[in-house]
Write a protein that binds this ligand. Structure first.
Ligand code: DLL
Length: 434
């Protein structure tokens, strides 16, 4: 599997850090001069961009939050006049009002370079037929990876999201070799193939590049087995650029962050203290080359850790651990911190359950209750009550051992949980409605 840009992806750490510092200083100047939010921020803390002389000095600058971006809605954080902006996207807005992001022509060029790196690392080359099953629209997923695939010289099918039977028909007829989607949608496609009696091995699929939502190692195994492909994880967020912030190589042990364009830090969420490599915390990103929408120390809300150990693939870029969850999708149930992905891990290890689940949170009196709805196979759903009872108890026990919390489990009929064409909705929080 090839490395798209050897010069930058395999640079010596010394050279890389020098480049980061130069690019950081240019970014700070641009932001200070052109974005009133950053101008005020620097004035408030009594610093000017020249005061940041090393990468470590960056820790003296306060964080930028999603809230800051929302206050600047829609164009307040742009560092260039609108006439230089050639593309506008917006974040999904799942955690509030969307944030609007802009790209100059130069930004689009960098973006396609970075998504080309992601695709190449996941095994896509110019002989591939790449089916993009993300929604084309304000969401950055489809346009971002589409441009990278074209840049590689692959044949790109802009299939868009949804219409699963048609997606599979396209895979058959157009001989798709690479699927780009969310991991949950890839599983849904595998299921639809079974219903359509299409044997995945009869297709030409080789690789899958999945991202935009958290997924587990077990889910990777399941997707790889069911679709007969090699699946890699890629990460990004609209505020920073979209997909193309980081991607896995064939080693599949962490996602290489494209550090020549983004400077990562991991902090302790409560105190803001920068954590040493290896410790888990919230990822903070600073853009180093963005023209239209530079961000300094942006709080991503995503939980990960950084690993600077050399990777056998040859890239020198730091690796971030698979994003396990967000600081804000962490559920606090009777004082216990719970990430939906922990529940997914447990379910994947239990025979007879399907990889589809939903968490229903409710409040009974003053107590929070968590009910986990788990889809089961037909054989189990129509089996005798005793067998079902045993399965419920098994899942409840395993969940309690993992989470330290008792929750009720309800087995639901195959295909009764809503399938998403984009990011899966795992949590229904009824506490908010009361
Ligand atoms: O989801 C960009 C993207 C598109 C990435 C396609 C990869 C592939 P947003 O809609 O702004 O942008 O959502 C960003 O999604 O902060 C994470 O919480 C989550 N996320 C993205 N990729 C991953 C991943 C796109 N690989 C938010 N694993 C981020 C876990 C992910 N979470």
């Amino acid at each position: 599997m090839s490395i798209w840009n050897n010069d930058f992806e395999c640079m010596s750490r010394d050279e890389l850090e020098q480049l980061q510092l130069e690019r950081l200083q240019a970014t700070l100047h641009r932001a200070y001069k052109n974005v009133s939010f950053y101008h005020h921020l620097f004035n408030t803390i009594g610093l000017i961009p020249e005061d940041i002389r090393s990468l470590a000095d960056l820790a003296n600058i306060p964080f930028t939050t999603k809230g800051d971006l929302r206050e600047a809605y829609p164009y307040g954080m742009f560092a260039v006049p609108l006439r230089e902006v050639v593309r506008i996207h917006a974040s999904s807005g799942t955690t509030g009002k969307p944030t609007v992001v802009g790209y100059t022509r130069g930004d689009l060029k960098v973006w396609s370079e970075l998504t080309a790196r992601v695709l190449a690392a996941g095994g896509v080359g110019k002989d591939d037929v790449v089916q993009i099953a993300f929604g084309y629209g304000l969401f950055t997923g489809a346009f971002g990876l589409h441009a990278g695939a074209e840049r590689i010289g692959a044949s790109v099918i802009p299939a868009g999201s949804g219409h699963s039977q048609r997606q599979i028909q396209i895979m058959q007829d157009f001989r798709t070799t690479s699927l780009v989607s969310t991991p949950s949608y890839a599983l849904h496609l595998a299921e639809t193939m079974t219903e359509m009696k299409v044997e995945p091995k009869s297709l030409h699929l080789r690789v899958g590049l999945f991202g935009a939502e958290p997924w587990s190692e077990n889910m990777r195994k399941e997707i790889e087995e069911r679709l007969g492909i090699s699946a890699t994880d890629n990460y990004g967020l609209s505020e920073i650029i979209g997909p193309g912030v980081a991607g896995e190589c064939h080693e599949k042990s962490g996602l290489h962050i494209f550090e020549d364009h983004f400077y990562p830090e991991v902090i302790e969420p409560d105190t803001g203290r920068v954590l040493p490599p290896g410790l888990e915390g919230e990822l903070i990103l600073t853009t180093l080359t963005k023209e239209a929408f530079p961000l300094i120390r942006f709080r991503t809300g995503d939980i990960t850790s950084l690993d600077y150990a050399p990777c056998p693939c040859g890239r020198t870029l730091v690796r971030m651990a698979r994003v396990f969850g967000r600081t804000d999708d962490m559920l606090i149930i009777r004082g216990v911190n719970v990430f939906p992905s922990q529940i997914e891990q447990v379910l994947f290890e239990i025979e007879g359950t399907e990889p589809h689940y939903q968490l229903i949170l409710d409040r009974k009196g003053s107590l929070d209750e968590l009910e986990v709805w788990v889809e089961v196979t037909e054989a189990i759903f129509y089996d005798e009550m005793k067998r079902q009872r045993e399965l419920v108890e098994l899942i409840e026990d395993r969940l309690e051992a993992t989470l330290g919390l008792h929750c009720r489990v309800k087995l639901v009929e195959p295909r009764s949980i809503h399938r998403s064409e984009g990011k899966a909705q795992r949590v229904i929080d009824r506490r908010k409605w009361k």
